[in-house]
Design a protein around this ligand. Structure first.
Ligand SMILES: [Cu+2]
Length: 316
């Protein structure tokens, strides 16, 4: 990513402008999902251990976003295309048998048509993969491993038939901005869409309760704060996860426009005072109903909380 982007975005706190930003989404914090236990193999495409543990200094400082001073959102939202800026996301197979441990492979082809092998680490990973069924159920955020030839692979929970969307969120080496490319995977079988839960301000993730404050506005970046407490109502101490106190991926119902936000404030690794609340700035590409997935880490385990939000003034 270029320096300007890095600095600018960081300084201002991340505004994820879905649309305007090309790589609006580009850093996803990894989560290994709710449903998919895929151990996230830290890949080391360059021969180094992916993350020795300290990513605070640099990994956190970039943001994935681009500021969009004009507030415009005329650009195509991230994740809707399998190609952008000459890059192309190519899955190894587009139809997979239903399996809770489906092996999924893909390559990112560069402008020269060859598999890309050089990626800039963002939030401790060279590539973040978000996978969700088109009905917005089954959210998974994992970190595939790349082979020397540029083929990425990962185990996903595709145990339920349906049409799945995978988003590769990455920043190729060079001047290109971060990209989010998307493509569908079909899992044949008896498909029963799951209705999106109604908008709500509280939800649970495993034994934790998560409370949302703020709302989405289709025209401007708005702050969303999420507070996590345990089953006895006590606030918990959020731990840094992939260089941030939390990672938020927001997807629009209907077209799955994608945005990824990181916390408004910088995270200090090992900062026990980071607290139980994490704030994000999110700017949806337009009106609609969205599903927001928050990945957070408590006591060494990553959890995912999901909320349905309307961007149109109709907040719960
Ligand atoms: Cu990730």
């Amino acid at each position: 990513m270029n320096t300007a982007t890095r600095v600018g975005a960081f300084g201002a706190g991340l505004v994820v402008a879905f649309g305007a930003a090309l790589g609006a989404g580009r850093l996803v914090g990894p989560l290994d999902t709710v449903a998919a236990p895929a151990p996230h193999t830290e890949m080391s495409t360059d021969g180094h251990p992916a993350d020795p543990g300290g990513h605070a200094s640099e990994g956190d400082q970039h943001t994935d976003t681009h500021q969009d001073p004009g507030g415009g959102t005329s650009a195509t939202p991230a994740g809707l295309s399998s190609t952008d800026q000459g890059y192309r996301l190519v899955p190894g197979a587009t139809t997979l048998a239903a399996s809770k441990a489906a092996r999924v492979t893909f390559q990112v082809l560069g402008p020269d048509g060859r598999p890309v092998t050089g990626f800039t680490t963002a939030h401790e990973k060279k590539l973040h993969l978000v996978v969700v069924r088109r009905d917005l159920s089954g959210f998974q955020h994992v970190h595939p491993t790349m082979a020397a030839d540029g083929t990425w692979s990962v185990s996903l929970d595709l145990g339920r038939p349906g049409q799945w969307r995978m988003f590769a969120d990455f920043d190729p080496d060079g001047d290109t901005e971060g990209l989010v490319l998307g493509t569908d995977l079909a899992v044949p079988g008896d498909y029963s869409p799951v209705a999106l839960p109604a908008p709500a301000r509280t939800t649970t993730a495993d034994r934790y309760a998560v409370q949302l404050t703020g709302s989405l506005d289709p025209a401007t970046a708005q702050r969303l704060d999420l507070a996590v407490s345990d089953d006895s109502g006590r606030p918990v101490d959020l731990e840094p996860y992939l260089g941030a106190d939390g990672h938020l991926v927001v997807l629009r119902e209907g077209d799955l426009a994608y945005a990824h936000a990181h916390p408004v404030h910088a995270t200090t690794v090992g900062d026990s005072a980071s607290g139980a609340t994490v704030g994000f700035r999110v700017e949806p590409p337009g009106p609609g109903r969205y599903r927001a997935f928050l990945d957070f880490k408590v006591a060494g385990t990553v959890h995912t909380a999901a909320f349905t939000l309307d961007a149109a003034g109709g907040t719960p």
